[in-house]
Design a protein around this ligand. Structure first.
Ligand code: FES
Length: 75
């Protein structure tokens, strides 16, 4: 939630993640929290998942990452 990532779209990203977790019924299973600047502002917006950093994230990219990590497959 650093200012650079925020201005590059992380407000929208947070909304996407919250909706994804709600739709999948995972709000009590997954911890979502904001972080301060990670020092890679030129690669933002950034999202860290299980210690792995993802750069230039988009909603579609997150959808693929979450589906893959959580074992959901496309119908
Ligand atoms: S604000 Fe996101 S890495 Fe700096």
């Amino acid at each position: 939630m650093g200012s650079s990532c925020f201005s590059r779209g992380n407000k929208k990203t947070v909304g996407f993640i919250q909706n994804y977790l709600k739709e999948k019924g995972l709000t009590d299973e997954i911890v979502l929290k904001g972080a301060h600047c990670m020092g890679e502002c030129d690669k933002g917006p950034l999202v860290e998942i299980d210690g792995e950093l993802f750069h230039h994230v988009t909603d579609s990219m997150l959808q693929e990452i979450f589906d893959s990590k959580l074992g959901y497959t496309a119908d």
